[in-house]
Ligand binder design. Structure first.
Ligand code: 6R9
Length: 633
């Protein structure tokens, strides 16, 4: 599986394109299968229908846990760093994690969960979150992890879409000095979720919570009722492993579906090669398991390799902006995988917080979630990696399951702001607006992938047509990423950001339509339009133009706060607009389409050249909006 030189990368890449089935068939031999597959790949992007390792039987937890017990049983699988640095860290060896997962799998069974059921997990970043995820996989239940920053309404939408029958949560969560109710939020969500028959509640913050008789049970009490004997369920390679909801340019978030075999092979392969993991290394991915990065590079990818994965409960700025460096020092972290937004935020606090921490254990730095600007790249390289750690700028998406374009640490020559080259098995193409493939180097266009890799999205839960429409219909025969991209003279790829109406705020994907819908639910709001604008720390900020029924003039501030509260309630605090401008009208074409291009320019503070406004129904509104624009000076 392991690539060690650039020549080996080139050979692997060439092989993967010439003979994808041969290539991925060989890679998959490195795993434990209950029954071998009969055909490696069958695919059709039109439907779409992609199947890998057809007929193969396995359980991903046997690959992540059982098979390491003999020689790595006493090695740490998960190191957990709590929110409060004065509390002790927890280490779970492979044996301990296996024991916990088997026990919790039995708890799930005791509570009626059977293969194929959907289980919603809404938990803080504690080891039990990883345990719950793996326990689902062990019994063949489909996990749907919902990020802790989402509102009750968002949880309810996700539970209902997937018809989950069990929810796993905790009493509360601690993030920095904030205590966050989790069970309360779940209780609110469940008012509208008749499918849920059982809630399993972990005691973590010891805050008081309501426990409904016949529905709610305690994690700890349940764990006492079971043994650690739980044979893994035999799964088909194409059985569903999990659903993860993500935002698109239209409608409600969709449930991206990943399956057992291909996802396992791809996350394990990319983890090993991108980060060049060596036995004994401590891998610290700062993402939350509520996002795809946490699924693939805290849980499945590392554990499938028998690696040590560090999980951090807290935030980078508490108790102070040196927390990441404190953790690196304390746990002798070898690989740090974080997001540009975190780097930019820590950059702002200055180098005093970096000094005094021994960062000499670091070998590889990673970046994910959004384009990394040159300044942040160099700050990371100079001050954290001390110019001796390769930076892997990894580009990929929830729908991809694993990293698609990235340097291999220490092997691929890096270039600031470039994700560099596609991994073996990944065939990117740039296309123009008309769908024509753009050949050659020194070009830019929309990024598509023309051949399936093992962990490509299989469907959007409960709505296959939506999957086809969203990803496979814009450019027939290709998977469309929604990202713009340039390929430079060296053939290196640089992702320039979304070309659709999806925002990337602090590395979180948020659909403009989703935010607009939430704002429009606020009383007194007639219509709204949401666009992104460049934000120093978040990458993109959310700018909302709002038309209200009556002039909000003297109550504008209160109205703003109320709108924020509404968005928080409907989606979650992560979707709160940074700026709200009240307007009398929106720039619309004669056919009623909002011209976002103009609104984006105004939000960016670039009003000198708004382009052609002659097709507008009422060009006058643009002047009004410009006059009231909330631009930083
Ligand atoms: C893994 C993850 C996906 C979107 C993607 C793109 C942006 C992710 C990036 C990057 C530039 C990188 N993105 N990694 N842009 N360089 N290294 O983040 O998944 O939450 O689904 O977001 O994030 O725009 O389309 P997800």
């Amino acid at each position: 599986m392991r690539i060690r030189t650039f020549e080996e990368y080139q050979q692997a890449y060439a092989y993967s394109v010439e003979d994808p089935e041969g290539f991925w068939g060989e890679i998959a031999q490195n795993f434990q299968w209950r029954k071998p597959w009969t055909k490696t790949l069958q695919w059709h992007f039109d439907e779409p229908n992609v199947q890998w390792y057809i007929g193969g039987k396995l359980n991903i937890t046997e690959n992540c846990l059982d098979r390491h017990l003999a020689d790595k049983g006493d090695q740490p699988a998960i190191i957990w760093e709590p929110n409060d640095p004065s509390e002790p860290a927890v280490t779970l060896t492979y044996k301990m994690l296996h024991d916990q997962v088997c026990r919790f799998a039995n708890v799930l069974k005791r509570n009626g969960v059977v293969k194929g059921d959907r289980v919603c997990i809404y938990m803080p970043m504690v080891p039990e979150l990883a345990v719950a995820v793996l326990a689902c996989a062990r019994v063949g239940a489909v996990h749907s992890v919902v990020f802790g920053g989402f509102s009750a309404q968002s949880i309810a939408d996700r539970i209902n879409d997937a018809q989950c029958n069990v929810v796993v949560t905790s009493d509360g969560a601690m993030r920095g000095n904030k205590s966050i109710p989790m069970k309360d939020t779940v209780d609110d969500a469940l008012i509208g979720c008749p499918s849920v028959k059982r809630v399993i509640v972990l005691t973590h913050t010891r805050t008081g919570v309501s426990m409904i008789k016949g529905r709610d049970v305690w994690w700890e009490t349940e764990m006492k009722q079971v043994t650690a004997d739980c044979p893994a369920e035999e799964m088909d390679a194409e059985d569903m492993l999990f659903i993860l909801y993500t935002s698109g340019s239209t409608g409600k978030p969709k449930g991206v579906v990943h399956t057992c075999g291909g996802y396992m092979v791809y996350t394990a392969y990319t983890f090993l090669n991108v980060f060049q993991y060596e036995p004994g290394y401590v891998h610290f991915c700062t993402a939350d398991i509520g996002w795809i990065t946490g699924h693939s590079y805290i849980v499945y990818g590392p554990l499938a390799n028998g690696a040590t994965s560090l999980m951090f409960e807290g935030i980078p700025t508490w108790p102070d902006a040196g927390r990441f460096w404190d953790i690196v020092d304390k746990h002798k972290v070898d690989i740090l995988y974080t997001a540009p937004t975190a780097i930019r935020s820590l950059m702002g606090f200055g180098l005093d917080y970096v000094k005094g921490h021994d960062l000499s254990s670091l070998k590889v730095l990673g970046s994910v979630g959004e384009p990394i600007n040159a300044e942040a790249w160099h700050w990371y390289d100079d001050n954290i990696g001390k110019n001796r750690c390769p930076i892997v700028d990894t580009w990929w998406q929830t729908e991809n399951g694993g990293i698609l374009i990235s340097p291999l640490a220490g092997i691929t020559k890096t270039k600031p702001t470039y994700a560099t080259l596609p991994l073996p098995g990944v065939q990117p193409v740039l296309v123009d607006e008309n769908g024509a493939v753009i050949e050659g180097n020194g070009v830019s266009g929309n990024l598509c992938i023309k051949f399936p890799w093992p962990s490509i999205i299989r469907t959007t839960y409960g709505d296959h047509e939506r999957c086809r429409q969203t990803y496979f219909s814009t450019y027939p025969g290709m998977y469309f990423t929604g990202d713009g991209c340039l390929r430079d003279e060296d053939g290196y790829y640089r992702i320039t950001g979304r070309v659709d109406d999806v925002l990337n705020v602090s590395g979180h994907r948020i659909g403009t339509a989703e935010v607009e819908n939430a704002i429009n639910m606020h009383t007194g709001v007639v219509e709204s339009a949401v666009v992104g604008y460049p934000h120093d720390i978040k990458g993109q900020g959310i700018y909302a133009y709002v038309i209200t029924e009556s002039d909000p003039a003297h109550e504008a501030d209160l109205m703003r706060r109320d709108i924020l509260a509404t968005v928080s309630r409907i989606i979650g605090p992560i979707a709160k607009p940074d700026k709200i401008q009240f307007v009398n009208g929106l720039p619309k074409t004669r056919s009623g389409k909002i011209m976002r291009r103009i609104l984006r320019k105004i939000a960016e503070g670039d009003t000198s050249n708004l382009g052609d406004t002659s097709t507008l129904l009422d060009p006058g509104v643009v002047e009004d909006i410009k006059a009231g624009a909330l631009v930083d000076v």
